[in-house]
Structures are given as C-alpha cells and as structure tokens.
Design a binder for this molecule. Structure first.
Ligand code: GDP
Length: 200
C-alpha cells in the first residue's frame, strides 16, 4: 500500500550527473539501479513509476554515462546508474565511468540500497560480479532484481534463482532475497515498490 501510494504520486526527472560535485544535496535517502546495458533497467524504472518514457532519457547516447536522478514525493531519490558491460564503449569512457561509480558508491552516505538488475535468462556473469564486489567494498547493501522472467519457464526460473543465491553467498553486502520481475507482465513490480517505500 505504501509502495503503491509513493509511486502513484509524481516521479520527476531531476538531473543527470557526470561528476560528484553535481550530485543533489544529500537531504533524503536514495536507492540506485545498476545493470548491464539491455538488462531492462529503463523498462523496470518506467514500470515502477507508471511512466512510458521516464527512463528513456538515460538511454539516449550522450546521456548514457550520466547518473540520472529522479525525485519521488516524500520518498527517496531514484538513481539510475549508467548501464555497464557495453563492449563498444571506448576505454577512456569506461575508465571515467568506473571512477565516478566508485566515488558515488563509496561517498554517498544517503544511499540505502542498490538494486542490481540481472537478466533472468543469463544469471550473474563476470561483469556483474565486478559490480557486486565494488558494492561489497563500498559497504552498500545490494539486492538482486531478476528481469524479464516472462521469457523463461518455471523450471528455468528455479534454476537461475538457485544460481544467483549461490553466487551471492560470497558477497557480504548482498541482501539474501531476490526480487523476480517482468516489466512486460508487471510481475514483481508492486513488491519492488513496497521494498523501496519501506526503506528508511
Ligand atoms: P536497458 O538498456 O537496461 O535500459 O534495457 P531496456 O529497458 O531498454 O530493455 C532492453 C530490451 O529488453 C528492450 O527490447 C525491452 O523491450 C526488453 N525488455 C525489458 N524488460 C522486459 C521484460 O520484462 N520482458 C520482456 N520480454 N522484455 C523486456
């Protein structure tokens, strides 16, 4: 109920940030969303916020290296981190983004939880594991959100959940419960809203 109410109110794009100095005042808690390019992050943020295009800006070239801030009414900032694992990105761009990500994760005291999106068809890959390790080192609690579950069978679902839970055991910052979602079908969206709304 709290989740539904929070996201029924208006969610607005605040700004795109390219350096720590550009972060908005740390005057409320925030949650961030991370995941490889194409994992379904924009779709998930749009589903959460009942918008068709809210997170589209962050997917357009030039915006992709920005940390995008969204405000909720009376709730946390929603922070859309740039997608990672994009093979074509030039080394210099990747390095700059890694440095910003590192500073952000270790320097943002109001960051309550990172949601790391994992494609349910693929499970946790090496490139995801790097981010999870960075979250461990930064002492940021993270929770895995499986995306696109509508694309797999129930048997495959059980398998990937077991794989992910196994992989999480070596990550001290991992929250043990996964959120299983499909932005397409709406599955798990209300659950995620409630989790976000009840973080304090
Ligand atoms: P992003 O790069 O992580 O922001 O990924 P997008 O949200 O743009 O999604 C990448 C692709 O996956 C798009 O073609 C989406 O339509 C598709 N997609 C995203 N979420 C889902 C989902 O829950 N189910 C299905 N079947 N496709 C999805």
């Amino acid at each position: 109920e709290r989740g539904r109410l929070l996201f029924a109110a208006s969610v607005e794009f605040l700004k795109g940030v390219v350096a720590m100095a550009g972060l908005p005042p740390a005057d409320r808690i925030e949650v961030c969303f991370a995941g490889r390019s194409n994992v379904g992050k924009s779709s998930l943020i749009n589903a959460l916020t009942n918008r068709k295009n809210l997170a589209r800006a962050s997917n357009t070239p030039g915006r992709t290296q920005e940390i995008n801030y969204f405000t909720t009414e009376g709730g946390p900032y929603l922070v859309d981190l740039p997608g990672y694992g994009f093979a074509e990105a030039p080394v210099a761009v990747v390095k700059k983004w890694q440095a910003l990500l590192k500073s952000y994760l270790s320097g943002r005291a109001t960051l309550r939880r990172a949601f790391v999106l994992i494609d349910a068809r693929h499970g946790i890959k090496a490139v995801d594991d790097e981010i999870l390790t960075l979250l461990d080192r930064s002492a940021v609690t993270f929770q895995v959100v499986l995306t696109k579950v509508d694309k797999i069978s129930m048997a495959e679902r059980e398998k990937v959940i077991a794989q992910v839970k196994g992989a999480l055991q070596k990550h001290p910052a991992a929250y043990p419960e996964l959120v299983v979602t499909s932005s397409e079908k709406g599955e798990g969206i209300e659950t995620l809203r409630t989790i976000i709304a009840t973080l304090a």
